[in-house]
Design a protein around this ligand. Structure first.
Ligand code: COA
Length: 556
């Protein structure tokens, strides 16, 4: 069936639905639209069997919904209406939330319900809930709605007691406002309801900022509102009954950056609360890079906001990886973060630098050093386990490992060019073809299409994907037997032979030299496309044209 996606942005949820519906044989046409006229034009051009709106901030015009069935994905429970569904669910402390797929009508979110799915709430930020629970529930509900539509069915008959939601207004800063004297739980809810957009306004060090990335601290205490400590770019601030870490701040009209960088001189004397990756505190706290051991495995978790890895992140992760590599274990498991695996170099940090070209260069060299260290690890097996989405150099980072596993439903964007024709590095010209061959590598990096885990496993980009949230545990169980005596030694010997052969065919450093020659042109050359695209991305400026209809092409 030809399905048109109408959306304000083809974001991670929309991409997930695209890859899952394509997986089931549907043809998806994606239109990023900003208004009614563009929606009408896109619908006329595609003439679809069905329209799905995975993330649409505008109403669909009558001319469209009267002619085509339009299914709207609303991130709320049946009966809920309004633009701030998850914000209110967090602020209200809802125990359960959900997604409703309803048919477009003149009344926003007021049409008949085709399907809905529920999930238990978790104490995390809005965007994390959106990327995990909401996306999974949207996938379940949309799939059922599309199947029902295909069978010629009608909207579901909903029992009245299922319509527990109600119409809510747009959530404003006044609704998220808090005082540092209040309890931590309430402050976390206020900050998390605005995370990642629009952010919650709060006073820090005497100035008003949008604050992000709030995590509970179980030990440090002080006068509410006082800054207590800093760690890896975050600051800890006292609350009425405890303290919270804030990883990022944004000035009005500014971009989201690590708190310490934004506060500058004001935190110079703030004490460092050092926590090494291998430290395992028993209290609640914030630890961006964590190293834990479990039998023969060393597990390295790295949870960088938005999966963006700035130069310091790469250097810290490299140090943690070297530590893991030096431990008497047999395997390192790279676990990434629960939200994102990695999205490559940090475009915000680069944008904020005095010389973005130079900072891009430093960042990519730091990323390459990390990838090189992983790809040349000879004394252990290395496994990547993608629990969250990955993009650009973040995908390549995963491929540096010997084996790559993922949570089913993760979306990969293994391409760089969307960022103003960025060539990309991280040894991708070696690591991607090594897994899928030259032709498929070219297709992946040129087509700019998102890739689902099903297709990624079929073409060999990853080894396997597993359903459910316990994917790290699952991988440990599956690969555990390979770490026993002779099997382990044989696997290491095979890996060494392969690396040797590959090095003879073309030295690893030559790949990097060739890629970096291209990157030098992107960063320092006369063509400023990368810098312009990065600026648009970081400052969230829409790219023209407004109505961009993309035909998607299946790969395998
Ligand atoms: N640097 C800085 N921020 C990044 C980032 C990066 N490399 N990649 C993603 N982000 C941020 C976005 O700005 C957004 O921030 P916000 O929530 O604070 O507004 C957040 O991560 C989520 O990104 P978004 O684009 O909304 O997610 P998505 O799932 O819809 O799209 C990607 C995923 C990977 C396609 C998209 O984020 C992207 O193109 N990222 C850039 C990748 C890149 O070019 N990296 C550099 C080369 S290695």
């Amino acid at each position: 069936m030809r399905i048109l996606f109408l959306g304000t942005r083809h974001n991670s949820l929309s991409q997930r639905l695209q890859v899952e519906l394509e997986e089931r044989g549907h043809e998806i046409v994606v239109a990023e639209v900003s208004g009614g006229e563009a929606m009408e034009a896109a619908a006329q051009a595609a003439n679809p069997a069905l329209i799905v709106a995975p993330m649409l901030k505008r109403a669909i015009p009558d001319s469209v919904w009267k002619r085509w069935t339009c299914l709207i994905v609303h991130p709320g429970i049946p009966g809920d209406r309004g633009p701030s569904a998850i914000d209110w669910a967090i602020l209200d402390g809802a125990a359960e939330w959900g997604v409703t797929v309803l048919e477009a009508r003149a009344e926003l979110d007021g049409g008949p319900v085709w399907a809905h799915a529920a999930f238990p709430m978790r104490g995390v930020g809005k965007s994390t809930l959106y990327r995990r629970e909401t996306t999974q529930a949207a996938f379940d509900a949309v799939l059922r709605a599309v199947e029902r539509f295909e069978r010629g069915g009608k909207p579901a008959r909903l029992a009245a007691d299922l319509r527990r939601g109600s119409e809510r207004p747009s959530c404003r800063q006044a609704d998220r406002r808090f005082d540092w004297k209040e309890p931590t739980a309430r402050i976390l809810a206020c900050i998390r309801s605005g995370d990642s957009a629009p952010g919650t306004l709060a006073r820090v060090a005497g100035e008003s900022f949008h604050v992000f990335g709030a995590h509970e601290e179980g030990l440090l205490r002080g006068v509410p509102g006082a800054l207590l400590a800093q760690r890896d770019g975050a600051v800890c601030i006292a609350t009425g009954d405890g303290a919270v870490w804030l990883t990022h701040l944004r000035r009005k009209d500014g971009i989201k950056l690590p708190s310490v960088q934004v506060l500058g001189d004001r935190v110079q004397a703030l004490p460092e609360s050092v926590l090494a990756p291998q430290d395992a505190p028993e209290r609640a706290t914030w630890q961006e890079i964590r190293y834990r051991e479990c039998g023969h495995f060393g597990l390295l978790h790295f949870d960088f906001l938005n999966g963006a890895m700035n130069t310091q992140h790469c250097e810290r992760l490299l140090a943690a990886y070297r530590y893991a590599r030096g431990r008497p274990t047999r395997a390192v498991v790279l676990c990434g973060g629960g939200d994102f695996w990695s999205n490559g170099i940090d475009l915000n940090a680069i944008e904020a630098a005095d010389d973005p070209g130079e900072e891009s260069w430093r960042n990519i060299l730091a990323m390459n050093a990390l990838v090189r260290e992983i790809a040349t690890t000879g004394n252990k097996l290395v496994f990547s386990v993608l629990q969250g989405n990955a993009g650009a150099g973040g995908v390549t980072l995963a491929l540096a490992a010997d084996r790559v596993y993922a949570r089913a439903g993760v979306v990969l964007n293994p391409h760089y060019k969307r960022m103003g024709g960025l060539y990309g590095s991280e040894f991708w010209t070696y690591l991607i073809p090594r897994r899928v061959g030259e032709a498929t590598a070219r297709h992946l990096t040129d087509s700019l299409q998102p890739l689902g885990t099903g297709r990624a496993a079929r073409i060999g980009l990853i080894d396997a994907a597993f359903e459910g949230d316990e994917v790290v545990e699952r991988v440990l169980r599956i690969v555990g037997p390979e770490l026993a005596g002779h099997r382990y030694r044989a696997a290491l010997a095979l890996k060494a032979r392969q690396r040797e052969q590959d090095e003879l065919a073309k030295p690893l450093d030559r790949y990097a030299e060739e890629e970096l020659a291209e990157m030098r042109r992107n960063f320092f050359g006369a063509d400023r496309s990368y810098h312009e695209a990065r600026r648009r991305f970081v400052w969230k400026r829409c790219e023209a044209p407004v109505c961009d209809v993309q035909e998607t092409k299946a790969l395998a």
